[in-house]
Design a protein around this ligand. Structure first.
Ligand code: SF4
Ligand code: SF4
Length: 70
């Protein structure tokens, strides 16, 4: 499994509702919850699996895009 710094999620905080579905879904500890305002933040981008779109697919708000996506 390839882990990469050239592919990781970027959250659109205007769209993000703070449901934390993405945080609970990702098994690679890419995310952490920022207690204020209770939204996810990307703390371990190097743990993200290259070309994985798992969290993007399940985000109900369409708030996740990827650095490295063209
Ligand atoms: S799944 Fe989407 S809306 Fe929910 S916390 Fe993550 S980025 Fe925000
Ligand atoms: S793209 Fe995959 S590995 Fe990367 S943060 Fe989302 S669920 Fe985790």
């Amino acid at each position: 499994m390839k882990m990469a710094k050239n592919w990781y999620p970027m959250i659109d905080y205007e769209k993000c509702t703070g449901c934390l579905t993405c945080v609970n879904f990702c098994p690679h500890e890419v995310y952490e919850v920022d207690p204020n305002p209770g939204k996810p933040r990307v703390v371990n981008p190097e743990n993200c699996v290259e070309f994985c779109r798992g969290c993007q697919r399940i985000c109900p708000a369409g708030a996740i895009n990827y650095f490295g996506d063209s």
